[in-house]
Design a protein around this ligand. Structure first.
Ligand code: FAD
Length: 388
């Protein structure tokens, strides 16, 4: 019997499994998918996430995929133009945009190198519950169904988490979706991170692997049906109207991939833990992807859970496990709540007069600009920087 079964080998599950294994636990990591696999997500990694990759000894491997360090930022909204170097966080002065099929594979490889038993193509269909405590999972593979028992089941199985649904994790906070997003890849469009904002529109530009640049366009959720009908044309028109110079660079080259998109921009916090179970990553909390926080949040939650459990804990001792999961629960809400509110404000896609005033000040004053650059790493800007 392993000490922990981690369900889902994405940005939350693979690092959680890796860190628990490094702390000495016997961990099984299962995923219904076979790897490498891509996933519907843009992949801007903020400096704190890059710093965690470095701390975990994985940064060289990520850089080795050829994704370029992104050291410069361009931001445009109304009459505001801010250009400059990225904020440096714990010695890391650049962001990254590695493709998910590369990043997620590296994270899984690191988990396996730490001793994790990784089982791709194993889908969790249900939980085993005894005396109101989760004591394992039921799985299905090509070879048929089987059961796996463990004192701790970690649900890292994404926003539509089977683990969350089977334990009936209550939704503490929920807000309606604010945006929908479409994106694709274009050769050599930019070597910097760019945001172009206008009422009802938000364009994000991220240099990635193979010389390709990811260009994403966000629209109000209310426009989703209409956008879906002709996503290619509407996406290009949004870039043309909001970021004309980016558009000019795009139409000079050929789009390298199809257009991807989603309206499932859910906003919620679920109860993160209970007897024998815990949720990390999108399974426990999701917010609009506009602020590009999900992967950074997933990494932080992996670290928080591993720190909360510590090393040498007898996971079969329900009281000690419960105390560790309570530490995780408190830490998670502290970690994520401010940025959740900040993201929801930005996802209205309606830059307020107050925000524009702050940004104008940032454009003219390096000290205020530093506050703005910090805000792009999850340190809310407007409330702190706006004039009273
Ligand atoms: C359009 C879009 C753009 C985004 N852009 C960014 C960005 O630029 N930067 C950023 O940081 N974040 C971004 N995000 C958010 C980010 O993608 C997620 O927060 C992140 O992927 C969460 O990781 P996770 O491991 O929790 O979930 P996931 O990556 O969804 O992984 C869940 C895993 O669980 C597996 N699984 C599911 N069900 C089962 C089951 N029953 N049994 C076994 N395995 C199962 C799946 O196969 C999957 O591998 C974006 C999201 C979207 C939708």
């Amino acid at each position: 019997m392993p000490d922990a079964v981690v369900v889902g080998a994405g940005c939350a599950g693979a690092p959680t499994a890796m860190l628990l294994a490094r702390a000495g636990y016997d961990v099984t990591l299962v995923d219904r998918a076979r790897f490498p696999r891509d996933t519907l997500s843009t992949h801007y990694l903020q400096q704190p996430a890059v710093a965690l990759l470095r701390d975990w000894g994985l940064l060289d491997a990520v850089l080795g995929t050829g994704c370029p360090p992104i050291a410069q930022l361009r931001y445009r909204v109304a009459d505001v133009a801010i250009d400059g170097p990225m904020w440096t966080f714990e010695g890391i002065g650049y962001a990254l945009g590695p493709r998910r099929y590369l990043l997620d594979q590296l994270l899984v490889d690191a988990a396996v190198a730490a001793g994790v038993d990784f089982r791709p193509g194993h889908r969790v269909t249900d939980l085993i519950v005894e005396d109101d405590r989760v004591v394992g999972v039921r799985l299905r593979t090509e070879g048929g169904p089987y059961e796996l028992r463990a004192p701790l089941v970690v649900g890292a199985d994404g926003m539509r988490s089977v683990v969350a649904s089977r334990v009936g994790a209550a939704v503490h906070v929920t807000d309606p979706p604010r945006t929908c997003v479409y994106y694709s890849y274009w050769p050599g469009v930019s070597d910097r991170f760019e945001i172009h904002e206008a009422p009802g529109s938000w364009i994000g530009v991220v240099p990635s692997n193979d010389g390709l640049t990811l260009v994403a366009a966000y629209f109000p959720q209310s426009a989703y049906r209409g956008v879906r009908l002709d996503a290619g044309a509407v996406y290009l028109a949004a870039v043309r109207d909001t970021a004309p110079d980016v558009h000019a660079r795009m139409v000079a080259v050929r789009r390298a991939e199809r257009i991807y998109g989603t309206g499932a921009q859910l906003n919620f916090f679920r109860q993160p833990a209970g007897p024998g179970w815990v949720l990390v990553g999108d399974a426990g909390h999701h917010k609009d992807s506009l602020t590009a926080r999900g992967i950074t949040d997933a990494f932080h939650q992996a670290r928080l859970l591993a720190d909360s459990v510590g090393s040498g804990l007898d996971l079969h001792d329900p009281d000690r496990l419960c105390a560790a999961l309570r530490r995780f629960e408190r830490g998670r809400d502290e970690l994520l709540t401010d940025e959740y509110r900040h993201t929801l404000k930005l996802a209205r896609l309606a830059p307020s007069a107050r925000r524009l005033a702050s940004l104008r000040a940032a454009a003219e004053d390096p000290e205020q600009a530093a506050g703005f650059f910090r805000s792009l790493c999850g340190h809310p800007f407007q409330d702190r920087m706006a004039p009273p």
